[in-house]
Design a protein around this ligand. Sequence first.
Ligand code: AMO
Length: 434
Amino acid sequence: MQDRTYTADAEPGEDVTVAGWVHEVRDLGGIAFLILRDTSGKIQVKFEKDEMDDDLVETGLEAARESVVSVTGAVEEEPRAPTDVEVVPESVEIVAPADPELPLDPSGKVDADLSTRLDNRTLDLRKEEIQAIFEIRAEILRAARERFREFDCTEINTPKIVATGTEGGTELFPITYFGREAFMNQSPQLFKQLMAGSNLERVFEIGPIFRAEEHNTPRHLNEATSIDFEGAFCDAGDAMDVAEGVVRAAYEAVEENCAEQLEALGIRDEFEAPTESFPRISYEEAIERINATGELDEQLVWGDDLPTEAEKALGDDVGGHYFITEWPSEIKPFYIKDDEDDEQLSTGFDLMHPRMELVSGGQREHRYDLLIEGFEQQGLDPDQFEYYTKMFKYGMPPHAGFGLGGERLVMTILGLENIREAVLFPRDRQRLSP
Ligand code: AMO
């Protein structure tokens, strides 16, 4: 495919070969147009029937929609064309014909439900607004990586097949590993902590996590992308700074580098990166504020986890991103360190978008004896985690970190209704292929 020009780069006066999909054919009688689409945009190809070779005209105009074609010809200025230029073809080649019966209409004239779209993702991403979501997703991940590098972090990759779970036993997917029981990893939690104890000190990972969640909701996936951080000699406040920095970097990158994609999604004018720093609200204050909204049927009491309605009520009240800090120890996992002065309180925090939780994190328990106690309190057998706990005997510095849901970040940045829209091939209760 040498010498192929993107449609967006075709300049009047040039002879080019453009290649892409037949978006539309418009036959007006003596003149007809083929709209050719590629990753960069669309271009009009003009057929003047009386002046052009019959075979050429026939090949161009009989190509079924979504067939792949290659067109060579002269680019001319044409103010009436959608992009002010058109190609006058000298040759047209059908590279890959498409079946005229399409399961989904990429021109968007006929709406398709989410399930049909997900079943036919290749065709779905031929719509510019869907292509835009995944270009923005890529930009968000690029910006996150860059910000982590600015925080002196090293990118790591940890195993996804593991011997034990960390985030609650019922959410594990069991698999068979050469005759032994194993699981798909729910979080890189223990591995990233082990690396905070290595000379890397500050690490991040962007990778899949697997959760056998029973519930099918617009914000849960069974396979999600977690953006994880862990840093030696960090406390919860430092980890919150990093989390805020990464979220802000994502918004700023979208604002700066994705104008075209925001336009395609129809949200360019209203798009705004957060300007205020994210307030840090204690769990106790959060409960009081939620109760004061009067939105909940039953008042929350200290020790309750926050149900979805409570998160929503507080999100409406705060009106932007915010942290909830000082959670009760008993509702945070064993690896979260308790507050130095009050063991009822933990150093755990969540970062919330007004619509949902984005991040969980905290300082970790790095003292061996207290770590073992924590396992026992949570009903876990510390012997099964010996590969992890033993490293706490050989010089484990204080450390803190967080996990940020990648799809939830994309979803909240773009205001998507359903988390599945932020994943190419989502895994949920019903969906195992494609
Ligand atoms: P947690 O379980 O809260 O914490 O997960 C961290 C963040 O990951 C996202 N997330 C999900 N997104 C979509 N579907 C899911 N099923 C799903 N589960 C989680 C959320 C959530 O806030 N090890 C800790 C993190 C840490 O302390 O470093 C953990 O996994 O956005």
